[in-house]
Ligand binder design. Sequence first.
Ligand code: FDA
Length: 319
Amino acid sequence: MLRTTLVRASESERLRRVVSRRGLARRTVDRFIAGERLEDGVAAARELAGRGRLVTLDHVGEHVHTQDGARAAAKTYLEVIDSIGRERLPAGVSVKPSQLGLKIAAGLCEELLDDIAGAAGRVGCHVTLDMEDRFVTEATVRLVERMQARGHDHVGCAVQAYLYRSHADVRRLSEVGASLRLCKGAYAEPAHVAHQSTADVDGSFLRCATWLLAHGTYPRMATHDDRLVGAIVEAAARLGRRREDFEFQMLYGIRPDMQEALVRDGYRLRIYVPFGAQWYAYFMRRLAERPANLLFLLRALRGRSPAPHATADHSTAAG
Ligand code: FDA
């Protein structure tokens, strides 16, 4: 219920303006977002790379309403890729299909993605399509299939364990060779398409993870859940998947303690680094994932300093 309300609030322009204006609330945002400019994202990537992390850069934004908006988003991604190449950063990019116009002009979206994939291929960086709500799941899976068919074997997407269809998608996309990011899923989806209980989502995650570790192309396990991380470590060892043949992924500013422990133990870890002015919807999804974050924000909006234990990440923000 709370999660659904927060995910819906991610579309509220009025609330976005309130959060942006309040200084303390803004600091809550900064725990999750590297900054508004490309240089902020690149600086965070550089710093994380210096500490042995891989990175994926996300220029936050979704649901563009015009073709010019889609072209502008693609142009920013080309600049991001150019920076990654120039600075030789161990980084890829994460792209939302709706940001490239999937919902308003599917053909243009594919064309722009083809340009991005071409540029990324030239500098050797991976492109992951973020998985958005259920209205674009099939279209996103098809985009990956088409990119693979055009020889862009470095293009994959996220798969959301909460969807009933995900195990089939994992097999379908692995068949074309795509490297996939497995996550629980961050949107508020109804019972006719998605598991509703934590136990069912975790069960689906583990089934998909085990299948990917046994058969998939370089699986990308995106979770901060201790229990799932432990189960993945155990399954990888049991199935003979070497540490360099898969990676963990975590979000900027979340569980730096766990991030540090994985890197120390020799696992590959990629940090998802969001930057850009359109941070609001991304931020609200992070609030929806953890009620303590909401408490933190509400106190900040009332102008009171939050209690230290109510921070987003248990200690200091990563990056
Ligand atoms: P869970 O929510 O159970 O959290 C486990 C623990 O992690 C919590 O107890 C808490 O300590 C910490 N934690 C988790 N979220 C937190 C938060 N917001 N603030 C503070 N602490 C938090 N989703 C999607 O639908 N499409 C996508 O493309 C992606 N892409 C993506 C990339 C990467 C790299 C990650 C890590 C995640 C995504 N997600 C996503 C989000 C994902 O679906 C999911 O909503 C979150 O990762 C939270 O789920 P966990 O697996 O971390 O477990």
